[in-house]
Each structure stands twice: as structure tokens, then as C-alpha cells.
Design a protein around this ligand. Structure first.
Ligand code: HPA
Length: 278
């Protein structure tokens, strides 16, 4: 971004933050981004306020039917949350500054942690549809980086460290919770790709070869921006289809959503318990 563009972007973030603070006086401690088919967490929240994305100045507007597009404020496990019901995907045509705009806004609203969920294809041979994978690292295969351009110095450093993008204590806690609750949670590496097409067999093989356990079309940009702002991140994938050799079959978005629904109660339990520890 040119100098003027950077200032304009910062102004846009401030305008969105001022609008939200003018409509809701609470102070969210944790931000949550809900992935495809993973909106049910909202049913467990004591909702205090919900704001449509369309009402927030400068907020991109979600184009995918499965994403409702609301910022929801409320409490879960006694913790004040701001929840993005619906996220912005690069494949929808947004640039990375737009995709990650809400993460900047949530940080300015005062969140101290970010929780992210997504639907993903399972590359590791022992994964099953409806399994949960706690993300312990990622591989960025997007063609654009959200930090490209003049650095937003007020938000964070030019060259953020990415040696530990997902908070190790949160991963440990989540694995402990899963074990206590009899949830078979995996941990692994998430590869972020631009989509919107799913991968060819050769691409799945390549992704597995380079070290990915799951593949999806989101999360990585938001996590990069969160880490630039020094926000601790916890992220989970719902495994919605199997992409290991011998397991690949044609899938539809309906099947992805149905599979996410199997993983969803497990992810909700993990988040609910994790919040008690935060
Ligand atoms: N590939 C990419 N993104 C996905 C997949 C997949 O197989 N499943 C759900 N999101």
C-alpha cells in the first residue's frame, strides 16, 4: 500500500471500531472466527448484541450463503466474546487487507486472544470425516500476503516471527480437555490454499508430501495478521472430507456442511472448556 492507502486503511479500522463501540459498551476479551458449517457455538452464548456486517462502516460483506455475516457479542464460560459469524475468503474476490480487516478491528476492540475454526480436507491417512484437528502449525500457500505493503507500525512489526503461530499452552489445554471428554482430537499442520476449487489428486499428494495434515481455504491470513499484532491464537479444523490416496471421492458443499456438523459439538465442547482456562 502507498502511504495514503495505509492511512486510509487505519482510518477505516478506527471508524469500524468507533461504530461498534457506539452500539455496544461491553469489552470483549476473546475473538472467535467461526468457519463453514460451524455457527452452532452461537447457540451456547448469552448473546448481548449482534451487529450485521452490512451496518458496520468499511466492513466487507460476506458473499457465501453459508456465512450469515454478523458480529455477535456475548458471554460463554463467563468470558466476554466477540464472534464473527461468517468470515471473508480470498476466493470470494476480497484482497487480503479486506479478508483480515475484522481481525484488526477485533484487536482494536481489545481482544487478548483469537480462536479460529474452519472446515478442512483431511490429508493424514488416519483422519475420519467429522474428526477435529487442533492446528499446531500452518503452511501458507496463498498467492498474496496480508502484510504486503507499507507496514502498519502501530499494530506490529514489519517481520513478525512465525516460529510458534499457535499458542502452545492453548494447544496443550485443548488436547487435555479433548482427552478428558473422550474426544478423539488430532493435532497437525494446516495448509491454506486460495480455492475455490478443491484439489486434484496430484495436489493432495503434493500437500501431504510438503508436510500438511489438512487443507482449507481460510485461517492462514487471519492468523498471520493476529500474530503480527502479537495476539495468541488457537485454531481447529473440522475434517469434512478425506484427501489421502484411496479415500478421495467427489464432494459437494452440502457434504462439507454435514461433516462439519459432526465435528461441531466436539469443537464447541473444547472451546467452552478452553475459555475457563483463559
Ligand atoms: N480442500 C480445500 N478446502 C477444503 C477441503 C478440501 O478438501 N475441504 C474443506 N475445505
Amino acid at each position: 500500500m502507498k502511504k495514503g492507502n495505509t492511512e486510509a486503511y487505519i482510518d477505516q479500522i478506527s471508524q469500524a471500531v468507533s461504530f461498534i463501540q457506539g452500539s455496544y459498551a461491553g469489552q470483549p476479551k476473546v475473538g472467535v472466527i467461526l468457519g463453514t458449517g460451524l455457527g452452532q457455538l452461537i447457540d451456547h452464548i448469552d448473546v448481548e448484541k449482534s451487529i450485521s456486517y452490512t451496518d458496520i462502516p468499511n466492513f466487507p460483506i460476506s458473499t457465501v450463503e453459508t456465512h450469515a455475516g454478523e458480529l455477535i457479542f456475548g458471554k460463554l464460560s463467563g468470558v466476554e466474546l466477540v464472534i464473527m459469524k461468517g468470515r471473508f475468503h480470498y476466493y470470494e474476490g476480497y484482497n487480503m487487507k479486506e479478508v483480515t480487516f475484522p481481525v484488526r478491528v477485533m484487536k482494536q476492540l481489545g481482544i487478548a486472544q483469537l480462536i479460529v475454526s474452519n472446515a478442512a480436507g483431511g490429508l493424514k491417512p488416519d483422519f475420519k470425516v467429522g474428526d477435529v484437528m487442533i492446528i499446531n502449525d500452518h503452511i501458507d500457500l496463498f498467492p498474496e500476503n496480508p502484510l504486503r505493503g507499507r507496514n502498519l507500525d502501530d499494530f506490529g512489526v514489519r517481520f513478525p516471527d512465525m516460529s510458534e503461530p499457535y499458542h502452545l499452552d492453548l494447544i496443550d489445554e485443548a488436547l487435555k480437555i479433548a482427552k478428558e471428554r473422550g474426544i478423539n482430537a488430532h493435532q497437525g499442520v494446516y495448509a491454506g490454499v486460495q480455492g475455490p476449487n478443491l484439489e486434484t489428486r496430484a495436489e493432495y499428494k503434493y500437500l501431504r508430501t510438503i508436510g500438511a495434515d489438512a487443507v482449507g481455504m481460510s485461517t492462514v491470513p487471519e492468523v498471520i495478521v493476529a500474530r503480527q499484532m502479537d495476539l495468541p491464537v488457537f485454531a481447529m479444523s473440522a475434517i469434512t472430507d478425506l484427501c489421502s490416496p484411496g479415500n478421495i471421492k467427489k464432494i459437494s458443499i452440502q457434504e462439507v456442511i454435514a461433516a462439519a456438523a459432526i465435528a461441531e459439538p466436539k469443537m464447541t465442547e473444547i472451546v467452552r472448556d478452553l475459555l475457563y482456562k483463559i
